[in-house]
Design a protein around this ligand. Structure first.
Ligand code: PLP
Length: 387
């Protein structure tokens, strides 16, 4: 069968492969999924049920989303992200993922280069490939808690560069890129007329003294930033497939040209649920955050007891971390994770899934009950042996 090159060049997803293998084994301790294990809060579900009962959910909405939802999103972007946003600059999308894909498709021509600080969420790399763009991977500085390498990013810019794409807080490293670094990225973008595309899925899950900063809030970046967000993580709404993007109003009609053939509009029932999420009480977000903070601390304590196997950078945000495997067997992260699964009954994601410099690492999720972390680490302690 003849498959388009832009698709056939894309390898199997290591994340989905690990999920498939995990299903073959009984009673696995799962640290490999980046989806919240909590259920969607009741008031959000109720709003969806009401929308169905009231006959509001059966048709399409405007392709850019329900006007009242876009209004609520614009308010949130002004309040929490310091953007000078209005509803006309917002498209409601099928999760952040569809927003990102639409943004990349709208601005990347075949052969255009997109700079991605890595390790990064592998879907971003694939989205660039699907637009026939060229991913240019620039390593983060691991020793400095996976911070951005500004000098390296500058050097990576060529006449073919078109965009810089990253997530903050980061999947998989949990780094919250600080404002001062993002200001330097903005300078590079403005000097070279590059677009900055951000994935801010974990914006509310930041710990300690870290602060989430939206690069689009920098004056002068209005035409050079496309920012994507989601309800998936903030409100534990993974399956509702609902997110949004913000961009300059001149870009919105162009991105909409991609959004429509991909999705027509985001699921309408989910749009009503999202409206309730934004308009309703926000305690659920604080509860999720507090839970992740406590499971992060707990996972770090358990990792400290395995410091003959792993070294790690404490994540400042998200609910993910990216320890380095310091024993020889870790050189091939896929083989390591498969053995850990089959012999130790612990599921983790091989670091190589997040770019070549993810090799010798594994990604662990702490968006799970503490008991799951305990179970996984008890097993790893018996598998690797205590110090
Ligand atoms: C960085 C990042 N962006 C986006 C997503 C998915 O977002 P959505 O469900 O809104 O498409 C994930 C999910 O794991 C993620 O880690």
């Amino acid at each position: 069968m003849r498959i388009a090159r832009r698709v056939s060049q894309i390898g199997k997803s290591a994340i989905h492969e690990m999920t498939r293998l995990s299903k073959e084994i009984d009673d696995v301790a799962f640290l490999s999924w980046a989806k919240p294990t909590s259920d969607t809060p009741a008031h959000i579900k109720e709003a969806a049920v009401k929308a169905i009962r009231d006959g509001l959910a059966g048709g399409y909405s405007e392709s850019s989303g329900l006007p009242q939802l876009r209004e609520a999103i614009a308010e949130k972007l002004n309040r929490d992200n310091q953007l000078n946003a209005n509803a006309g600059q917002v498209i409601v999308t099928v999760g952040a993922i569809e927003g990102l894909a639409a943004a990349v498709m709208a601005i990347i021509d075949p052969g255009d280069e997109v700079i991605l600080p890595t390790p990064t969420y592998s879907t971003h790399i694939r989205q660039v490939q699907m637009a026939s763009g060229k991913p240019v991977l620039v390593p983060l500085i691991e020793e400095e808690a996976f911070r951005l390498d500004i000098e390296h990013i500058k050097k990576a810019v060529t006449p073919r560069s078109r965009a810089i794409l990253f997530c903050t807080p980061s999947n998989p490293t949990g780094t919250v890129f600080p404002e001062q670094d993002l200001r330097q990225v903005a300078e590079i973008a403005l000097e070279n007329d590059l677009m900055v595309i951000t994935d801010e899925a974990y914006e509310y899950f930041v710990f300690d003294d870290h602060k989430h900063f939206s690069i689009a809030s920098i004056p002068g970046m209005e035409k050079n930033a496309i920012s994507t967000f989601t309800f998936t993580k903030t409100y534990a709404m993974t399956g509702w497939r609902i997110g949004y993007l913000h961009a300059h109003e001149d870009l919105i009609p162009q991105i909409t040209k991609v959004h429509i053939p991909f999705s027509i509009c985001a699921p309408v029932v989910s749009q009503y649920a999202a409206l309730a999420a934004l308009r309703g009480a926000q305690e659920c977000v604080t509860e999720f955050k507090n839970h992740y903070l406590s499971t992060r601390n707990f996972m770090c304590e358990r990792l400290d007891r395995l410091d003959h196997v792993f070294e790690y950078q404490k994540p400042g945000g998200s609910y993910l971390m990216f320890p380095k495997i310091i024993i020889d067997e870790g050189r091939d992260s896929t083989a390591f994770c498969i053995r850990l699964l089959q012999e130790g009954r612990v599921s983790a994601t091989p670091g190589i899934a997040f770019g070549p410099n993810g090799q010798s690492h594994l990604r662990l999720s702490f968006c799970v009950p503490q008991e799951m972390i305990d179970k996984a680490f008890d097993r790893m302690e018996s598998y690797f042996g205590r110090k």
